[in-house]
Design a protein around this ligand. Structure first.
Ligand SMILES: CNc1ncnc2c1ncn2[C@@H]1O[C@H](COP(=O)(O)O)[C@@H](O)[C@H]1O
Ligand SMILES: [Zn+2]
Length: 348
C-alpha cells in the first residue's frame, strides 16, 4: 500500500458510524480481558480472534459467546467503553456513534439498564471540548431477541435520549430470527424521534425481509451487500446512507475480495457511503487506505468520502455545522501542504 496515502488516511478527520462496542475490542484489549478473567474461567485462555477469512458468517457470531464471558460485569463494560473510545480517538475519529446490545448478569447484578448507564457514564467523560471526539450511542436490538425485549431496548433508548442516545440498530446473525417479529419496536422508535439503522442484506437469504424493513423507514443501513432490484432502487432513489464495512465483509466471506466489493457501484453513483471499521481491529484509517488503493481514489476523493459522512450522522444540525468547519479547516491546511509537496516533486 502507498505509504503517503496511509499517512493521509491516518491524519484525515474521520467519522465512525458502525462500531459495535464488543466487536471493536483490539487484540491487546481482548488479551488483557482474558488475563483478568482467566482465574475464574481458565477455558477463556483458549480464545483466539481469527485473523483470516472465515468459512461462513455463522463462525463469526460464535466468537461473541466467548467475548461476552469476558465483558460480563459493569466494571469491564466501563473499561472496554473507555478503551474503545481512546482507540478511535487515536485513529483520528472526530465523531463516533458507538452501538451496543444491553446485557444482564444475575451473578453480579448487572441489568440491561445498568449496562447502558455504565456505557453512558464513560461517554460523558469525553466532552468534545476537551477530547476532540464527539461520542454518541445507538442501542442495538439483536435479531434473536423477543419483541418484549426489543421494546425494552427502545424504552431505554428513549429514557436516555437526552444523554447521548441517538438511535437504535437491528443487528445479530442474519441467518437467525426475522425482522417482522421485532418490527413494532422499530416503529415505536421512529414514532418517538429516534433514528434507526438496520443491518441490511448481509446475506442473500435475508432478501425476503427487505421490503418490510424499508417501510420503517431506516435512516441508514449497514452493509447492503445483497440487494434485490426494488431495495436497490429504493436505497439509490432515497439516497439512504450505507455503512460500508469492507474488510469485515471480506473476512466474513460475504464479499469475495476488495475489488468485488459492492461499494464500487455506490461510489460510482455518488451515493452516500460511510466507510466503517473492521470488527476487532479498530482502525478506520486502514479502511480508507484500502478503499484508496483498491479504487484509485485521489486525496480529494478520500477527503470527500469522509466529509459526506457528516450529513449521515444521527446527531443534529449544530453538530454537523461544527464538524463541517473542522473538516474544511483541516482540508485548507492540508491542501497547502500537498501543494508544497507537489511543487517540490516538480522541481526535483
Ligand atoms: C459482521 N457483521 C455483523 N452483522 C450483524 N451483527 C453484528 C455484526 N458484527 C457484530 N454484530 C453484533 O454486535 C454484537 C457485538 O457487539 P455488542 O455486544 O452489541 O456491543 C454481536 O453480538 C452481534 O449481534
Ligand atoms: Zn455490524
Amino acid at each position: 500500500m502507498n505509504g503517503e496515502i496511509e499517512k493521509f488516511s491516518r491524519e484525515l478527520p474521520k467519522i465512525e458510524l458502525h462500531a459495535h462496542l464488543n466487536g471493536s475490542l483490539s487484540p491487546e484489549t481482548l488479551q488483557c480481558l482474558v488475563e483478568r478473567k482467566k482465574e475464574k474461567n481458565p477455558h477463556l485462555t483458549k480464545f483466539k480472534i481469527p485473523n483470516q477469512k472465515l468459512e461462513v458468517i455463522d463462525d463469526f457470531f460464535k466468537l461473541f459467546k466467548f467475548i461476552y464471558q469476558l465483558t460480563d460485569d459493569e466494571e469491564t463494560v466501563a473499561y472496554i467503553t473507555e478503551t474503545v473510545i481512546h482507540d478511535f480517538h487515536n485513529d483520528g475519529i472526530k465523531y463516533l456513534e458507538l452501538r451496543t446490545t444491553p446485557r444482564s448478569n444475575e451473578e453480579n447484578g448487572m441489568t440491561h439498564e445498568s449496562y447502558i448507564r455504565t456505557v453512558i457514564s464513560v461517554i460523558k467523560k469525553f466532552p468534545s471540548s476537551k477530547h476532540d471526539i464527539i461520542v454518541r450511542l445507538i442501542i442495538s436490538i439483536n435479531r434473536q431477541s423477543t419483541l418484549e425485549d426489543a421494546i425494552k431496548n427502545v424504552d431505554l433508548a428513549l429514557k436516555y435520549k437526552e444523554t447521548g442516545v441517538v438511535g437504535v440498530d437491528l443487528c445479530g446473525d442474519p441467518t437467525k430470527g426475522h425482522f417482522d417479529n421485532l418490527k413494532p419496536a422499530f416503529i415505536k422508535a421512529k414514532d418517538n424521534g429516534l433514528k434507526v439503522t438496520l443491518h441490511f442484506g448481509e446475506v442473500e437469504s435475508i432478501i425476503p425481509e427487505h421490503a418490510s424493513m424499508l417501510t420503517i423507514p431506516p435512516d441508514r443501513v449497514g452493509h447492503a451487500t445483497h440487494l434485490d432490484a426494488n431495495s436497490k432502487r429504493y436505497i439509490l432513489f432515497n439516497r439512504l446512507p450505507i455503512e460500508m464495512c469492507m474488510t469485515s465483509n471480506v473476512m466474513c466471506n460475504t464479499v469475495k475480495d476488495y475489488q468485488e466489493h459492492h461499494i464500487k457501484d455506490f461510489l460510482y453513483a455518488e451515493h452516500p457511503c460511510c466507510l466503517c471499521v473492521r470488527v476487532f481491529f479498530s482502525n478506520l484509517s486502514t479502511e480508507y487506505s484500502i478503499a484508496a488503493s483498491t479504487f484509485s481514489l485521489s486525496h480529494q476523493q478520500l477527503f470527500d468520502l469522509s466529509y459526506q459522512c457528516i450529513d449521515c450522522i444521527f446527531d443534529g444540525d449544530e453538530v454537523k455545522i461544527h464538524l463541517k468547519k473542522l473538516w474544511n479547516d483541516w482540508w485548507e491546511l492540508c491542501k497547502s501542504t500537498l501543494n508544497t509537496l507537489n511543487t517540490k516533486e516538480e522541481i526535483m
